[in-house]
Design a protein around this ligand. Structure first.
Ligand SMILES: Cc1cc2nc3c(=O)[nH]c(=O)nc-3n(C[C@H](O)[C@H](O)[C@H](O)COP(=O)(O)OP(=O)(O)OC[C@H]3O[C@@H](n4cnc5c(N)ncnc54)[C@H](O)[C@@H]3O)c2cc1C
Length: 483
């Protein structure tokens, strides 16, 4: 009799469901256990909802920032106040669309996973106390919504349980005025004065989106600038744009507490300053969903933040237990979670496996302009981790950008000084998420600046700046070689 490998996956987000599809294709008997619905937070509360909200915001900003320059007239006299009577947002309708799309996406994923032969169980999964049996298998327990407990046996287990929003002890969300990013989609009306606490990617995306939708936004940042983890030139462009559009960006301001007073909210900063608004959105990081799952008892090592420690093929410290996605804290992106999950299954099922390579991950901040990044960064060059030279071309010199009225943004390329191999890049532009792909290909395939420069780009196009940056790096390399 041919023995079939039994795989149990706890968590049905991108880390879990993509792994399930691969494992089923490789002939395993696969069960996915999820407590909220397939697609996970990525589909139900995080990526899909936020990017759907941002789609509406994007239309508003594109119109607002360029209609006059492009010669478009609006009814009434075109003053900002009059314009908002002509163009406004029905947040209730936007949010209903957000939720509808999220549920439909979750449904589509459930269908494709079950069509692939995967069993989907609703409930909370955890490792059984028995440890590894002599045949190498482990027990997974599933606490069902009806109070029943089901026992499953697995030859390999994948933990892909994601993370949830971190809360400050003195700023407890009430779901109405003090909100986490998972709660904003219940709002029926646009917050008049929104305080966003936290200027990382999530805080910046929501601050930009609500400002575009028409809220007065205050962004409270504990750091010197917004997006402290991103390319400093890119963050500077975004902060300038935010301020120019009227956002109150408060740097070096640490929020300590938030309290609701009637239909208003007060955020109190560490220096005693009180910031007032009608709503407050807390975007102060996330906590991995790894508690009370029997992980440490099974020998799975967690770090001080509770994240599961994994190697580059997603193995944990416990034999037969793999982990993927936000619960590992490796690089908190849906694409990385999916890749970690697939790698785990290739490894567990004895297929060819390429260890995870974070230097080819393309990521994007969905603000206006967007900030897309791949490969080695300015920080890597500065600290000596990578020897590279860079060229930065502002978009205001790009013909297509001029035609489209795009004022802010740039393309930046990094290459090795001797060989000219492209090792990284940053694009700050509308739809940078689409424009980064050519640089991601170059980084992935170790292309040289000469190869990137020799490929045709459309005239006129914003991507022409990528080829131009490569040409400039080539000239610089030649000049340095001759001197
Ligand atoms: C606001 C926001 C926007 C984002 N936008 C993007 C984006 O545009 N692009 C991008 O790449 N990334 C984005 N991210 C990050 C992305 O959402 C995560 O990296 C991704 O969701 C991680 O996937 P995952 O599979 O690890 O976990 P999740 O998507 O969190 O899924 C985990 C699932 O496991 C379930 N679960 C937890 N514990 C248990 C248990 N014990 N038993 C059973 N089920 C359990 C959860 O309910 C959930 O359904 C965003 C994040 C946030 C906060």
């Amino acid at each position: 009799m041919v023995s079939v490998t039994r795989i149990v996956i706890i968590g049905g987000g991108p880390g879990g469901y993509e792994a399930a599809l691969v494992a089923a294709q490789l002939g395993a008997e696969v069960t996915v256990v999820d407590r909220d619905g397939l697609g996970g937070s990525a589909v139900l509360t995080d990526c899909v909802p936020s990017k759907t909200l941002i789609a509406t915001a994007e239309v508003m900003t594109t119109f607002d920032s360029s209609y006059e320059e492009l010669g478009i007239t609006v009814a009434q006299d075109g003053s900002a106040e009059e314009r908002h009577k002509v163009i406004g947002v029905d947040l209730g309708k936007v949010n209903r669309r957000v939720k509808r799309l999220a549920i439909a996406q979750s449904h589509d994923i459930t269908q494709s996973v079950t069509r692939a032969g995967v069993t989907v169980l609703r409930g909370r999964g955890r490792l059984g106390a028995g440890g590894q049996a002599v045949d190498g298998s482990r027990e997974v327990l599933v606490d069902g919504p009806d109070g029943t407990v089901q026992s499953l046996r697995a030859d390999a287990v994948l933990i892909a349980t994601g993370a949830h929003p971190r809360e400050l002890p003195d700023a407890q969300p009430d779901g109405e005025r003090i909100l986490t990013w998972t709660q904003v989609y219940d709002l029926e009306e646009l917050p008049r004065e929104l305080i966003v606490v936290g200027s990382g990617v999530t805080g910046a995306e929501f601050a930009g989106a609500y400002q575009a939708l028409g809220s007065e936004v205050t962004l409270v940042s504990s750091r010197d600038r917004v997006l402290p983890g991103e390319d400093p030139d890119a963050a500077e462009v975004l902060e300038d744009v935010f301020r120019r559009r009227g956002m109150n960006v408060m740097s070096r301001s640490r929020a300590q507490s938030a309290k609701r007073i009637g239909d208003r909210v007060e955020v109190i900063l560490a220096d005693g300053t009180v910031v007032e608004g009608t709503h407050c959105l807390m975007a102060v990081g996330s906590i991995p969903n790894t508690a009370e799952m029997g992980l440490e008892e099974a020998g799975v090592k967690l770090n001080d933040w509770g994240q599961v420690q994994v190697d580059r093929v997603s193995r944990t410290s416990a034999p037969g237990v793999y982990a993927a996605g936000d619960c590992t804290g490796v690089f908190m992106l849906a694409s990385v979670a999916a890749m970690q999950g697939r790698i785990a299954m290739y490894h567990a099922l004895g297929d060819a496996v390429q260890p995870l390579n974070l230097k080819t991950v393309a990521s994007n901040v969905f603000t206006d302009p967007e900030i897309a990044t791949v490969g080695y960064t300015a920080a890597d060059v500065e600290c000596g981790k990578m020897d590279a030279v860079e060229v930065k071309l502002p978009l205001r010199g790009n013909p297509r950008a001029k035609m489209q009225g795009i004022r802010d943004g740039f393309v930046k390329l990094f290459c090795r000084p001797g060989t000219g191999i492209v090792v990284g890049g940053v694009v700050v532009a509308p739809r940078a998420s689409e424009l980064i792909h050519s640089i991601a290909l170059a980084v992935d395939a170790n292309l040289t600046v000469e190869q990137v420069a020799s490929a045709f780009t459309v005239y006129p196009s914003v991507s022409g700046s990528t080829a131009e940056a490569a040409r400039q790096l080539h000239i610089r390399k030649r000049a340095e070689g001759e001197s």
